[in-house]
Design a binder for this molecule. Structure first.
Ligand code: HEC
Ligand code: HEC
Length: 207
């Protein structure tokens, strides 16, 4: 009887939470709706390589978000917005990835977000080199690529973790200014997933 009562109570609690979630969904930010799964959630996967792949797949929810992909294009132009349309106005990466001709990135992008004009900003604002293009690639392809020292800027796995977990330009993705959905979770949570992925052998998803 006690069990039944407890489960009924659990059911009611669950329904109340659901109602509350639905009611606040309009106001809630994306990260509250679908949080990044914490590392502990993967401990039930006993096969280490499989766990590693699952950890990367979770981290890829950040990596393949528009906030990261817009700056890791597979061409000469960055993209914008949730739909990742080509950057308007037309800007090119140029020889140093900071803008071709007179249209330097910093002509418009300031050292911080400029909400009045809806322009994102950061002191290090520039497009990722073409060798680090992620757009149109699968999570497995991106995984193999970011481990490859020939194209990742010579980074060891430890440096890759450091970059993902602490680089301030990466961190912009969680502070993109108004009317832009931040990447899932927090940079700290993301860093922990990457750390655990490396600790389990940095295996890449098949897809
Ligand atoms: C003439 C002004 C101008 C120049 C030059 C410019 N941008 Fe932008 N950029 C903007 C504006 C305005 C937005 C915001 C558009 C929006 O969100 O609708 C933007 C948005 C972006 C975004 C989208 C961020 C996101 O996730 O939504 C990226 C990425 C970006 N710019 C990269 C660059 C890079 C890299 C350069 C240099 C190669 C550059 N921009 C040069 C005006 C400019
Ligand atoms: C404003 C543009 C911009 C945004 C936004 C951005 N990046 Fe980058 N990213 C760069 C640039 C530029 C480099 C090259 C930096 C270097 O070589 O030191 C880079 C390099 C990297 C690298 C090095 C390895 C490789 O092969 O790509 C990683 C990892 C990375 N970014 C992760 C991310 C993640 C994760 C996000 C989103 C959470 C993100 N970046 C968002 C511009 C950006």
């Amino acid at each position: 009887m006690r069990t039944t009562l407890a489960s009924i109570r659990g059911l009611w609690f669950g329904m109340a939470t659901l109602v509350a979630t639905v009611a606040s969904a309009g106001a809630a930010s994306a990260q509250e709706r679908t949080p990044l799964k914490p590392v502990e959630r993967f401990s039930s996967i006993s096969d280490t390589a499989e766990r590693s792949r699952a950890l990367f797949a979770e981290a890829a929810k950040v990596i393949q978000s528009p906030r990261c992909l817009n700056c890791h294009p597979n061409g000469d132009r960055p993209s914008q917005g949730a739909d990742m349309h080509l950057h308007v106005p037309l800007v090119m990466r140029g020889t140093d990835n900071k803008g071709g001709g007179a249209l330097r990135c910093t002509t418009c992008h300031q050292v911080t977000n400029y909400p009045q004009a809806g322009i994102p900003g950061h002191a290090m604002w520039q497009v990722a080199p073409l060798s680090m293009a992620w757009q149109t690639k699968t999570s497995g392809e991106i995984c193999a690529q970011i481990k490859d020292k020939r194209v990742n800027g010579g980074k060891s796995l430890a440096q890759l973790h450091e970059h993902m977990a602490h680089d301030p330009l990466v961190g912009w993705a969680w502070n993109p200014g108004p009317r832009r959905t931040p990447a899932l979770g927090t940079q700290e949570e993301f860093g922990k997933l990457i750390e655990a992925w490396i600790a389990t052998g940095a295996e890449c998803p098949m897809l």
